[in-house]
Design a binder for this molecule. Structure first.
Ligand SMILES: Nc1ncnc2c1ncn2[C@@H]1O[C@H](COP(=O)(O)OP(=O)(O)OP(=O)(O)O)[C@@H](O)[C@H]1O
Ligand SMILES: [Mg+2]
Length: 343
C-alpha cells in the first residue's frame, strides 16, 4: 500500500452511526470504512478499559472470566461518558491516522433527545479529538440512506428499529414534520425472550443467546412463526443452579416479543395520526419504509402493514441506511459550518 496516498493535509470528514448496538463509520470519499459492536471490555478487577469494539468483543468471548463488557449507549443516548469517548477515540485513531488535522465528525442522534443529551455527544466527540462535530437526526439520515426523496414536497414515512430505540418520522421538504422515539427495539426483544425462557423453562440464558435465537428463528407474526426452526439453547438451570439446555419453539420467541412489537406498532400509529391531510395520500401510496437491524426480524413489515393498513417494506441494507445518509449529509458540512457561525 502506498502510505503517502493515505496522508491528508485537509481535515477528514467522518460520519458515525453511534448506535446502541453497532457503530458504523463512513469516510467522505470512501464510503463505509468500519463496523464494530458498541462495546468496551473492562478489566474485571480494576475496571479499566482494556479494549473497544471488535477487539473487546473478541476478548469477552475468549476470556469471559477476566473481562466485563460495558455498553456506552443505552436507549440511544450516552449512559457512560468515559466509554463513549474511548469508542470515538478508537474511531478517530483508525480512520484519521495519516491526517495532520483533527477530523470533522457528523454523528446521528435519536429525535427528541434533550439539549443536555445532545451536548454530551458533542463534548465526547471533541474530547476524543474532533475538530468540530455536527449532529443529525437518526431517522432523517435513515431516510436519506434508504433513498427516499426527502427534499420533495411528499410525505416520507420512516421507521428505524435499532438496538435501543425505534425512531419514527414523517419527513417532507427536508424537514421532520412529525416524529416519535421510543425505547423499544431489538434489545427489549432480547430481554423479553430471556425473561420468557426463564419463566417457561426455568433456564437462565444470556442476552447474546436470546439475540441469536431471535435473529435465527424469531418472527414478528405468531401465525408465521411455525415456519421457522426450533433452537436448542444452553444456560443455567434456575432450580439446580447447574448448566442445562432446552429446545425453544419458534412460537415461544414470537410470543415473547409481542409486547415490544405492540409498543412499536402503537408508536407508528401515533405518528401516522399526525400526518397532515395534504400529504396523507403520499404516505398511503409511498408507504412505510423500515430501516435498522430490527427491520431484519422475520415478518415485521407484514405485521406493521396489517396493523396500519399502509404498505410497508424493508429498505435495502437496513443496517447501513443511517450511516449512508450521514455520508450524504457530510457533503453539506461547509454550509452547516456557515449556519453554525451565524447562530
Ligand atoms: N436478522 C435479524 N433479526 C432480528 N433482529 C436483528 C437482526 N439483525 C440485527 N438485529 C437486531 O438489530 C439491532 C441492531 O440494529 P442497529 O445496528 O440498527 O442498532 P443501533 O443503531 O446500534 O441502535 P440504536 O439505533 O437504537 O442506537 C439489534 O437489536 C439486533 O439484535
Ligand atoms: Mg441506529
Amino acid at each position: 500500500m502506498n502510505i503517502l496516498a493515505g496522508i491528508s493535509l485537509k481535515a477528514k470528514r467522518i460520519g458515525i452511526d453511534l448506535g446502541t448496538a453497532n457503530i458504523v463509520v463512513w469516510m467522505d470519499g470512501r464510503g463505509i470504512i468500519n463496523r464494530e459492536p458498541s462495546i468496551v471490555a473492562r478489566d474485571i478487577s480494576q475496571g479499566h478499559i482494556v479494549a473497544v469494539g471488535n477487539e473487546a468483543f473478541r476478548l469477552l468471548n475468549e476470556r469471559p472470566g477476566y473481562y466485563v463488557s460495558s455498553r456506552p449507549l443505552k436507549e440511544g443516548v450516552i449512559a457512560d461518558y468515559e466509554t463513549t469517548v474511548a469508542l470515538i477515540k478508537n474511531i478517530i485513531k483508525k480512520s484519521a491516522k495519516f491526517s495532520f488535522q483533527k477530523p470533522y465528525l457528523m454523528i446521528c442522534v435519536p429525535t427528541g433527545i434533550t439539549e443536555v443529551e445532545k451536548r454530551a455527544v458533542v463534548d465526547a466527540a471533541l474530547e476524543a479529538g474532533a475538530k468540530d462535530t455536527f449532529l443529525v437526526d437518526e431517522p432523517y439520515a435513515a431516510a436519506i440512506g434508504a433513498g427516499l426523496p426527502i427534499s420533495a414536497p411528499t410525505g416520507n414515512f420512516i421507521v428505524d428499529i435499532g438496538g435501543g430505540t425505534t425512531n419514527i418520522a414523517l419527513i417532507s421538504l427536508s424537514g421532520i414534520v412529525a416524529s416519535r422515539t421510543i425505547p423499544f427495539a431489538g434489545d427489549k426483544m432480547d430481554e423479553a425472550i430471556r425473561t420468557y425462557v426463564e419463566k417457561k423453562y426455568g433456564l437462565q440464558i444470556g442476552l447474546r443467546i436470546a439475540e441469536m435465537i431471535k435473529m435465527k428463528s424469531g418472527s414478528a407474526d405468531l401465525k408465521e412463526s411455525v415456519y421457522y426452526k426450533k433452537q436448542e439453547v444452553k444456560g443455567r438451570n434456575c432450580a439446580s443452579g447447574l448448566p442445562g439446555k432446552v429446545t425453544i419453539a419458534p412460537q415461544d420467541i414470537s410470543f415473547a416479543i409481542q409486547p415490544v412489537l405492540h409498543a412499536i406498532v402503537e408508536a407508528v400509529i401515533s405518528v401516522l395520526e399526525q400526518v397532515p391531510p395534504e400529504i396523507a395520500a403520499d404516505v398511503i401510496t409511498q408507504g412505510i419504509v423500515l430501516t435498522g437491524g430490527g427491520a431484519l426480524l422475520h415478518d415485521i413489515a407484514k405485521v406493521i402493514e396489517k396493523k396500519t393498513e399502509i404498505p410497508t417494506a424493508v429498505s435495502a441494507d437496513p443496517l447501513d441506511c443511517v450511516v449512508t445518509g450521514i455520508g450524504e449529509n457530510l457533503k453539506r458540512i461547509k454550509q452547516l459550518k456557515k449556519e453554525q457561525s451565524t447562530q
